[in-house]
Design a protein around this ligand. Structure first.
Ligand code: SF4
Ligand code: SF4
Length: 68
């Protein structure tokens, strides 16, 4: 199963990765507020992830790491 890491130091909650994911499994965590004051992105269903890297490539802040 792939691993998706979102570095909360860099994520600004813009949602671009949410729109970029073809599986619809990236979301903003509305329960969490980062130290920068944003809702960080996270992967809601790692089993459904196909490691396409779209989320990581879309992120303007290079906050996402995908491990296959
Ligand atoms: S695209 Fe990057 S900065 Fe924007 S919500 Fe996703 S991880 Fe955060
Ligand atoms: S690697 Fe692809 S399928 Fe997996 S969370 Fe990112 S955009 Fe979605």
């Amino acid at each position: 199963m792939p691993r998706i890491s979102v570095d909360q130091q860099y994520c600004k909650g813009c949602g671009l990765c949410v729109d970029a994911c073809p599986k619809g499994i990236m979301a903003l965590d509305l329960e969490l507020i980062s130290s920068r004051g944003y809702h960080p992105a996270y992967c809601t269903d790692l089993e459904a992830c196909n490691s396409c890297l779209s989320c990581a490539q879309m992120c303007p802040d290079v906050a996402i790491t995908v491990e296959r």
